[in-house]
Design a protein around this ligand. Structure first.
Ligand SMILES: C[S@@+](CC[C@H](N)C(=O)[O-])C[C@H]1O[C@@H](n2cnc3c(N)ncnc32)[C@H](O)[C@@H]1O
Length: 197
């Protein structure tokens, strides 16, 4: 239970976990221009072994368009592009994350596949996406529902740790991560979204 609370707190920017890991650091302030507005959660990267399972569960096909809303350093999209050669777009409101993601994409030689946009995810039109990846706070997932309802039939949504409240998932699984020693929940949804009755 503490681990779950720690991760909610981490994404929310609270101080249950070591501050230097998850809150804005002096170095971050130094490097960046400020985001257009305050991000709705802080950055916490998904462990790589959890990413492998998210990519697997998304059933990505070559040619699919994959979005990560709040992409951080773009690690999910880099893994998806390397494995499937799919087209990916990462959105993040924080220019520091966009800068890190740009470097990481270059280092991994996937610039041909992974593009980045510094945008507020709540302004996006998602109708072209085949797959949406989410690692956001529960309230953010819920706020995205009107946009997710416009996904084309058959599009998949894969969320890390937090479900989309009020929406029926196709599948859920628990992934023990060797990277952080914690069990991570993954939820899979398919468009059109089905509301809980
Ligand atoms: C918990 S991190 C997840 C990073 C990445 N998806 C992963 O799983 O490794 C959430 C990210 O969402 C970004 N974010 C928060 N509010 C946002 C908003 N309104 N629009 C775009 N990005 C946002 C943060 O800057 C942060 O990088």
């Amino acid at each position: 239970m503490f681990q779950i609370l720690s991760r909610v707190a981490a994404v929310a920017g609270l101080v249950v976990v070591p501050l230097a890991l998850f809150s804005g650091t002096a170095e971050e302030t130094k490097k960046s221009s400020a985001p257009a507005r305050t991000p709705d959660c802080v950055y916490v990267g998904t462990p790589h072994d959890v990413i492998d399972e998210m990519v697997e569960q998304a059933a990505i096909k070559k040619g699919d368009l994959v979005y990560d809303l709040g992409c951080g350093d773009a690690r999910i999209l880099i893994a998806a592009a390397k494995r499937h050669g799919c087209r990916c777009v990462g959105y993040d409101i924080n220019p520091v994350r966009i800068e890190e993601a740009t470097e990481r994409i270059k280092k991994n030689n996937v610039a041909e596949f992974v593009k980045l946009e510094q945008e507020d995810i709540f302004t996006l039109d998602l109708k072209d996406a085949d797959v949406i990846m989410l690692y956001l706070l529960p309230k953010m997932n819920e706020k995205l529902i009107p946009q997710l309802e416009k996904l084309k039939p058959g599009a998949r949504i894969v969320t890390h740790d937090y479900s989309i409240k009020g929406i029926v998932h196709e599948k859920t699984l628990s992934v023990p991560s060797l990277e952080d020693g914690v069990n991570h929940e993954i939820y899979v949804y398919k468009a059109p979204l089905k509301k809980e009755s």
